[in-house]
Design a protein. Structure first.
Length: 617
């Protein structure tokens, strides 16, 4: 084995923090711990030497930066024995060097972290976070005492401060911004409220879930007196037995009279539940990553059931770990995961998002193909924009008379996300666990479906129009947050919403489409087309100039969906030099861009685009 080389403290702490997030091993004590449980210390001096022995002249092992954290093992006089890493008693995983251990001056170590300049703590809770700096603005969150936030814009003591909260307190990308009363923020660390500490009654408890049931008796069938919101305060009326299922409590709601009842003991907490704390796996302070001991994806799932929280729970339990060195999981891991899946399976989701308006001809910028890196569409300079404009001018898009479609609410591009489809067609989404829906094909998948079927309209190369009812859905092969699923949504070589012609497939060495009419494009509609729907005339084509248009050929077809002889759709396909796969430029021209325009109340709008893919990854 190679000799151990001294490793920078920040790097070791970061690696161990990542490992410990996956293991969640129980902590134990060393032979001479100063205290049971976590014994962290933070360096408050600009620089602190860690030496091999207690004497000042012993070998220097490492120099600790300001704000960095260590584990305190014991103290002897003015010297403290410290160790890198997380908690006392935890051994590093296989392949990791043993944590650095040595002696430092105790006077430089503090039991509380060194505040960052813009760091604040909630002095008392719950603290209301509002969308604007006014007392009547909507409340978007409630922060518990001891929650850490980032001060973005200070205000007067009796006014409002803007802050970032939730996730890493950034405030972006995984945190939010809001306004709170400045007088409730502290520049120094504030401990979370806890039963029996800092004047809080020892019998105090908080509701650890949303809608916790208060019953008349200690039985699951007893009458329900109330549904208690998250963090409702109550007092124990008697100390429960260790194996008790229900606890006798009395509510302590300031605006209401106390109410006696019984609550499931497992739903009582000794400290307020703070999603902004328990939903964060690690903090970063002074350039050092620290694992968060309060991180609890299992409890977060109970508060906000979602794919991500279930996946984070599996990750925390070492779901991907196999072999002799894997950490032990919770004894009820399999039971808990099965319960989570059952809860998610079939869950109705109200998430909606307004889709962007369909662009007119003057609003089409060609970004779908210019950003792919085609040799004929430079990414910088006016040439690409000029070629896109010239190409669009070559399209036969004279203003048509109004016909089949009168509103954007009647149709949608096949690439439209489910949340936008739900908004446009007044529907909702449901979540399904693949193993419970179709274990043979989707054993590890997550499935999201619209609750309302739409009409899938397909345009075929022989001029026919085909329509069928379809429940829009998205199937993801997996959803683990610690795995990069590269190319998961890649449709394969060719077009995403249509079939390749045989010559293009053969030229690129791809599998040819099945025999018969090819699908040119498809889209969603709120109603089926008429039986007489078909193409108006034969395929038309025109030669283009590469230097002027960026393409060498354009083909198009018009389609009439209601049989009135007026065009409702125009499908166009442009041939030229495609971007290819990564740095591999095709040595030939290909038909690589398809556009579908819709006659919307007498104006042409771009419904969708389809750019040919040569590969992924």
């Amino acid at each position: 084995m190679k000799p151990r080389r001294p490793t920078p403290l920040a790097h070791v702490i970061g690696l161990l923090a990542q490992y410990l997030l996956l293991t969640a091993l129980p902590s134990g004590g060393l032979a001479q711990p100063v205290q049971a449980g976590p014994a962290y210390r933070w360096n408050h001096s600009p620089s602190l030497d860690i030496r091999e022995g207690q004497a000042p002249g012993t070998k220097l092992l490492h120099r600790l930066g300001q704000g960095q954290r260590v584990v305190l093992l014991r103290s002897v006089g003015s010297q403290c024995e410290v160790r890198e890493g997380d908690l006392p008693g935890r051994t590093p995983p296989p392949g990791f060097a043993p944590p650095l251990q040595g002696w430092a001056t105790c006077a430089s170590l503090a039991a509380q972290p060194l505040p960052m300049p813009d760091e604040r703590w909630v002095a008392s809770g719950p603290l209301l976070v509002r969308t604007q700096a006014t007392a009547d603005a909507p409340v978007q969150a409630r922060l518990q005492q001891g929650s850490r936030v980032r001060l973005i814009k200070p205000g007067p003591e009796e006014g409002y401060c803007e802050l970032g909260f939730g996730g890493f307190y950034g405030p972006a990308p995984d945190s939010m911004r809001g306004f709170v009363a400045c007088r409730f923020l502290s520049p120094r660390w504030v401990a979370p409220a806890r039963a029996g500490e800092a004047g809080v009654p020892a019998e105090r408890r908080w509701a650890a879930g949303s809608g916790v049931l208060l019953r008349t008796a200690a039985q699951p069938q007893a009458e329900v007196l109330a549904r208690l919101p998250l963090n409702t305060e109550m007092n124990l009326r008697a100390q429960p037995a260790p194996d008790a299922s229900y606890c006798a409590v009395q509510t302590q709601i300031p605006t209401q009279s106390p109410q006696d009842g019984f609550v499931a003991c497992k739903l009582l907490a000794r400290s307020p539940v703070a999603p902004e704390r328990i939903g964060v796996s690690a903090w970063e302070r002074w350039g050092v990553s620290e694992s968060n001991l309060e991180y609890n994806p299992r409890q977060m799932f109970a508060l906000e059931p979602s794919w991500d929280w279930m996946a984070h729970y599996e990750t925390q339990q070492g779901h991907a770990c196999e072999g002799a060195h894997c950490p032990p999981r919770d004894a009820d891991f399999e039971v808990e995961r099965a319960r989570m899946r059952q809860l998610l399976h079939g869950q109705l989701v109200a998430e909606r998002e307004p889709p962007p308006p369909l662009p007119s001809l003057t609003e089409v910028d060609g970004r779908a193909w210019t950003e792919r890196g085609s040799p004929d569409f430079p990414l910088e300079g006016p040439m690409a924009a000029a070629r896109v404009k010239a190409f669009l001018a070559a399209l036969p898009l004279q203003p048509p008379a109004p016909s089949w479609f009168r509103s954007e609410a009647e149709l949608a591009d096949p690439a439209t996300p489910l949340a936008q489809l739900a908004h446009r067609f007044d529907a909702q989404q449901r979540w399904y666990v693949g193993a419970l829906l179709n274990p043979q094909d989707w054993a590890h998948a997550r499935v999201e479906r619209l609750t309302q079927p739409l009409v899938r309209v397909e345009l075929l190369s022989d001029g026919r129009v085909r329509a069928r009812s379809q429940l829009p859905q998205q199937v993801r092969g997996a959803w683990r947050p610690d795995v990069d699923y590269l190319c998961e949504d890649w449709p394969g070589e060719g077009f995403a919403f249509g079939d390749l012609d045989g010559a293009t497939a053969q030229r690129n060495g791809w599998q040819a489409s099945p025999a018969g009419p090819r699908r040119l494009f498809w889209f969603y509609s709120s109603r089926p087309p008429a039986a007489a729907a078909k193409a108006l005339g034969a395929l038309e084509r025109v030669a283009l100039k590469r230097e002027q248009h960026g393409f060498t050929r354009l083909e198009w077809r018009r389609f009439d969906l209601d049989g009135d002889g007026l065009p409702d759709l125009l499908w166009a396909e442009a041939t030229g030099r495609a971007p290819g796969h990564l740095d591999e430029r095709p040595a030939h021209d290909d038909p690589w861009v398809r556009l579908l325009f819709v006659n919307l109340a007498g104006q042409w709008r771009l419904l969708g685009s389809d750019v040919m893919s040569y590969g992924c990854g």
